[in-house]
Design a protein around this ligand. Sequence first.
Ligand code: PLP
Length: 432
Amino acid sequence: MKNEDLIKRDLEHIWHPCTQMKDHESLPLIPIKEGRGVYLYDFEKNRYLDAISSWWVNIFGHSNEYINSKIKEQVEKLEHVIFAGFTHEPIVRLSERLVKITPKGLNKCFFADNGSSAIEVAIKMSFHYHKNRGKIKPFFLSLTNSYHGETLGALAVGDVGLYKDTYKEILIKTIQTPVPKDESLESAKEALIEFEKTVEKYEEKISAFIFEPLVQCAGYMHMYHPYFLKEAYKICKERDIHLIADEIAVGFGRSGEMFACDIAGISPDFMALSKALTGGYLPLSVVLTTDEVYQAFYCDYLEMKAFLHSHSYTGNPLACSAANAVLDIFEKEKILEKNREKSKYIYEKLQKFKELPNVKEIRQRGMIAAVELKGYDFKERVNLKIFKFATKNEVLLRPLGHVIYFMPPYIIKKDEIDKMIDIAYEAVKSLL
Ligand SMILES: *Cc1c(COP(=O)(O)O)cnc(C)c1O
């Protein structure tokens, strides 16, 4: 098999996500034959260092031996079973472990099979909770520049125009309040003034405040100070407004702690997890919530009060076995500690970008680092130029507009970090 054969057959029948398909007239698709560790390999022995963890999901490398073995074990026992009226061991064990590692008070797990669906679950559940308690609260509050997925409910609470604007006529009404404009404490305080005003204006009507804690990843890796969340938490708590923490991208160590909410020291009413949950192996997501929320649905009949949201593949045992394997690795290998050293090294390496006249800012939080460029119009498609340069040099980078970012698998080694950042540096330099 050659790259070319597969590309031709692909374009005959496949429509890819997040892609202007016409771009593939000049930009060839990259068919991947296999993956090992941080590298992906095509059919012609080219390799690509996966600096973006294949859309932020892969934390322990491709074809990880341990995770492979656990999925193989599970597939010999049970591939799937209906999750209404039935249960299985991998999901019970996984839920016990998730409750243990997430912030205090999150005691109940509701499963779905992708991040956007987890967001749908959380917003429906929050609205439904208030309704079961006799209050109709049709609004959701979120931050400007936020991203929560691309199903209609998730799009509605998000605020990245690129994905949302086209569909504005068919989205539920939501309210956006400004995200702190940078990582400083001052900006957090400024944003809180607006936050409080907005909350006061709509108070009775807001079911929940939904946010990406500390880093808005799809929102161009925008970062803000944890103080904002600490205070926003108090404001919501005083007013019967739920907090929905979308940790889909930042959860499982990406922020530097296991969960970004740990850094802010808050315990939300709902926490949505997906992406790294299965180490990038299989689709799975979960919404954790409190006993209080659970109790509002607990009664003698099904109609109206019970939460009837369901997906065919809810709680898939293979996905759960991968997730359990991921948690085993976290327990056995001091991942967070090792990541701290790696992020420090990444931080040091990034400093040289400051020499370049087309670099505006460098940002970092844990295992997320970003270099923002300046002086480019979006029509210049700087992201495509960087992507092309990097793939030619064995690194997979996929800039968001003019923000180049690094979210590598945690198993990345020092020389691989060197390569990832040096190639990015050369790519940015090549634009000059
Ligand atoms: C990726 C992402 C989602 C959506 O998850 P999908 O599995 O892609 O539907 C939601 N929220 C955040 C913060 C994300 O990064």
